[in-house]
Design a protein around this ligand. Structure first.
Ligand code: HEC
Length: 157
């Protein structure tokens, strides 16, 4: 019993100590998804979906939940965001080649179609990010149409 108490106190001290460490937040001052939105011109419905369900992990601006103030949750979220952005960053769209844009749009609709994105851990908390069949269809259609524009080299500049 004495040992258990020591262990618990030890854990509590570690928990408190780790609260002093904060991963850097993914927040930039610019509204830097504008270039992506202009170029791929999603219909309003798709814009809202991308904003509500994808940008937190795939852009330079995350809207953080309150529990991001608690370590180790903060580290877990930071990790997801870093990994998500390294795969696809809508804030960096203007620096992708046409070929990469085309490929990312292909991955995008595949992920959404098979319901791998948004991540389940995310939709547990963010109800609004759960996509209906109709919403999935709208995203897939937009991504496919936009791909064909890249393939034809036909996007408005
Ligand atoms: C909670 C964070 C989070 C959210 C929200 C999220 N993603 Fe992701 N996304 C990730 C992570 C992490 C990866 C890399 C690991 C993986 O593929 O599971 C990823 C990978 C991807 C990839 C690359 C997959 C591949 O083929 O390698 C695409 C495309 C993608 N996400 C699209 C989306 C779209 C579209 C949405 C919104 C409908 C979305 N994501 C929402 C975290 C997220």
């Amino acid at each position: 019993m004495k040992l258990l108490k020591k262990i618990l106190i030890g854990l509590l001290i570690i928990f408190i100590a780790v609260q002093f460490y904060r991963p850097e937040k993914n927040i930039s001052k610019e509204n830097d998804t504008v270039a992506f939105m202009q170029e791929t011109n999603p219909p309003e419905e798709v814009r809202v979906i991308l904003k509500n369900a994808c940008f937190d992990c795939h852009s330079n601006n995350t809207i953080y939940p309150w529990y991001n103030n608690i370590a180790p949750v903060s580290f877990w979220l930071a990790d997801h965001i870093e990994e998500g952005k390294s795969e696809l960053n809508f804030s960096d769209w203007q620096n992708y080649s046409e070929k990469k844009k085309d490929h990312k749009l292909e991955e995008l609709y595949e992920e959404v179609e098979r319901k791998s994105m948004p991540l389940n851990e995310y939709t547990w908390i963010h109800e609004e990010a759960k996509l209906s069949e109709k919403e999935i269809e709208a995203v897939v259609k937009w991504a496919k149409d936009t791909r064909s524009l890249y393939q034809l080299g036909n996007l408005p500049k």
